[in-house]
Write a protein that binds this ligand. Structure first.
Ligand code: TRP
Length: 347
């Protein structure tokens, strides 16, 4: 299901649909994060009750040897969220570790989640390979999806906007919800992944845009830095000279053009490139201008939040408080369903 589907389905009951998503704090947001996830979060907050949170305990599953950066990454990431337009008046924005109820729900889910479900999770297997330099043969990393299920079910979310790599986790959340509802009593809806259409944006070196490859364009890059990075983007490698006709479909900068230029300008550029008119250098100058222009209001808001860190802190404190109240309500129901709600009776 895509977010377009959820938006297009039943308008009456949809208003009550709850959306939840989280991101691990990895620092400043880059264009891949923006177009791949945040942009969708913004659209959803206009129509649904949304919860967006910083998954700092999830970050700890892989960064437990050097967790010191995580705390600093939280405000960096949240400032970007606010700058692009996540609005605390519309969305509850909070930090996972400020809501200890997540850990309690995770513990309870852990009691009945079969280990083979976790071991055969494709994302788990991929990650272990990709992060082979880290020792991830830990209990915490194996349990990653159980913690994610606790995040999602705590707020009884119906829709979880995520990239395709996260679909197995949402599937497992459904299975955990079903198992809980069956073992104790029906409490949790079964959430659906809202697949984000991810435009094929590559980093400046042609690989996937990723902090670990050092090839990212950050939302907050200063204009000179951004222009420089755009200049480095790989264009059509089959067009060594300007006099050769080019093909936008082979150009790694073109997906960025698509997201930043108006349709008619795109058509002009496409034609001119194919006719060996516009050269790649000039073409990327146009791109840098368009990008900077589009990001200017975002960057201005970011400067505002950088100058007002207390405001960011307040937004998080209020979001945490709101999330915590909801989490406490859910946990009261959970304890009651499992039979752990009785006051201790002294003999
Ligand atoms: N695992 C997600 C990721 O790496 C982050 C995450 C944690 C999440 N808990 C979540 C996403 C709950 C959606 C819902 O991107």
């Amino acid at each position: 299901m895509t977010s377009a589907d959820i938006r297009g389905s039943n308008p009456k009951t949809d208003k009550q649909k709850r959306i939840l998503s989280g991101m691990r704090p990895t620092g400043k947001m880059h264009l891949g994060n923006f177009y791949g996830a945040l942009y969708n979060w913004l659209l959803l907050q206009e129509e649904y009750e949304c919860h967006y949170f910083v998954a700092d305990w999830h970050a700890l599953t892989t960064e437990y040897e050097s967790p010191q950066d995580i705390a600093g990454y939280i405000p960096e990431m949240v400032m970007d969220w606010l700058s692009v337009g996540l609005d605390p008046a519309k969305s509850t924005i909070f930090v996972q570790s400020a809501i200890p109820e997540h850990a309690e729900l995770y513990l309870i889910f852990g009691m009945f989640t079969p280990v083979p479900w976790l071991e055969r999770n494709p994302t788990y297997k991929d990650q272990i390979q990709e992060l082979a330099h880290k020792d991830l043969a830990t209990y915490g990393f194996l349990g990653y999806p159980v913690l994610q299920a606790a995040d999602i079910l705590m707020y009884k979310a119906h829709g979880v906007p995520v990239g395709v790599d996260q679909v197995p986790h949402v599937e497992m959340t459904r299975e955990i919800a079903r198992r809980f509802n069956h073992l104790y009593r029906p409490l949790f809806p079964e959430p659906e992944a809202l697949l984000t259409e991810i435009p094929k944006l590559t980093g400046t070196d042609g690989r996937k845009m990723s902090k670990s490859y050092n090839n990212c364009i950050y939302l907050s890059d200063p204009p000179e830095v951004m222009a420089q990075k755009v200049r480095q983007m790989i264009t059509d490698v089959q067009r060594p000279y300007k006099r050769d006709p080019g093909e936008p479909d082979r150009c790694l900068a073109f997906p960025f053009h698509r997201l930043n230029l108006p349709q008619e300008r795109l058509e002009e550029i496409t034609e001119s490139c194919r006719a060996a008119g516009l050269g790649c250098v000039e073409c990327k100058v146009l791109l840098a201008e368009a990008l900077l222009n589009n990001l200017a209001p975002i960057q201005e808001r970011r400067r505002y939040y950088e100058a007002h860190p207390d405001e960011v802190k307040d937004i998080l404190l209020q979001g945490n408080q709101k999330a915590r109240e909801e989490a406490k309500r859910t946990m009261a129901e959970v304890r009651d369903a499992v039979g752990f709600n009785r006051d201790v009776q002294l003999p």
